[in-house]
Design a protein around this ligand. Structure first.
Ligand code: G3P
Ligand code: CA
Length: 269
């Protein structure tokens, strides 16, 4: 089992609420992580990007269009890129109504606000630098916010934090800046290439459709940069059969919009 584990039973994968409990509350908002907490989930996942004036915010898409009311508030600012708006402008947006009127008034959190909320909820975090190639230097900046909010303390680093990205360069940069922090590479490298990734990445976090029992075995045969068994978290599984399949492969974590469904399945399966 991973060092940081709230697995339902010994050997069962850790269940990570993707963008919060995003099937039940608007993704990447306080409501989504609070919902995960209320459902009993310690681990959440997020996406981090940067505004025009250099603030880090929690947002999945490179544009604000899908998950806020930006089109109504700033109709002449297409294509509504995160990087084209200031933090003050983004703070005015409603990030909940698109999901349900029940969540009207939810905001796009800044990274700092988000980390404080995750702390308050006593949760743990799979932190993703999203499209870091758009934001030079974001790794150093993100780590600074994590340090300022207490997230690079020994206890957090040991048990409560993983930093991941689809960009191998970004993961490498994080590992070089803070070799103590656990990292994850998002993707499914060929088995022959895994040893190269294991130099800077503690986890290989792959889509569930791309993995097999043999692939999981190949990962577990290696050691990560911290000399512990290389791990695999798989995503995004929102149904019981695929959760059971991944659990049987022996994955270390399942990233899901429906953590309740996955928890139930892996307990039974
Ligand atoms: O954590 C895995 C997953 O979040 C990666 O894909 O596009 O949902 O950020 P995406
Ligand atoms: Ca993500």
């Amino acid at each position: 089992t991973p060092a940081a584990s709230s697995a339902a039973k010994p050997g069962a994968p850790l269940v990570v609420a993707h963008r919060g409990a995003s099937a039940y509350a608007p993704e990447n908002t306080f409501a989504a992580i609070d919902k995960a907490r209320d459902m009993g989930f310690t681990w959440v996942e997020n996406d981090v990007q940067r505004t025009k004036d250099g603030e880090l915010v929690i947002m999945h898409d490179a544009t604000l269009k899908r998950t806020t009311n930006v089109e109504q508030v700033f109709p002449d600012r297409a294509p509504w890129k995160v990087a084209d708006f200031t933090a003050a402008e983004i703070a005015k947006l409603d990030a909940g109504s698109w999901f349900s009127p029940k969540y009207a008034g939810q905001r796009v959190p800044t990274l700092k606000q988000y980390m404080q909320r995750v702390s308050r909820n006593k949760q743990s975090l799979v932190f993703e630098f999203k499209k870091p190639e758009l934001y030079p230097g974001i790794e150093k900046q993100g780590l600074r916010v994590l340090r300022q909010t207490g997230w690079l303390d020994k206890q957090h680093v040991k048990k409560k934090l993983v930093i991941q990205s689809f960009s191998a360069d970004s993961v490498k940069t994080v590992h070089e800046l803070r070799p103590d922090v656990k990292t994850g590479f998002l993707g499914t490298p060929a088995v022959a290439d895994l040893p190269r990734y294991a130099k800077f990445s503690d986890q290989i976090n792959a889509t569930h459709t791309s993995i097999s029992a043999d692939y999981v075995k190949a990962i577990h045969a290696l050691k990560g940069p911290h000399k512990k068994r290389l791990e695999i978290f798989t995503w995004t599984i929102n149904d019981a059969p695929n959760a059971v399949r991944a659990a049987r492969f022996g994955v270390d974590g399942i990233i899901t919009n429906t953590p309740d469904v996955v928890r139930k399945a892996v307990r039974k399966g």
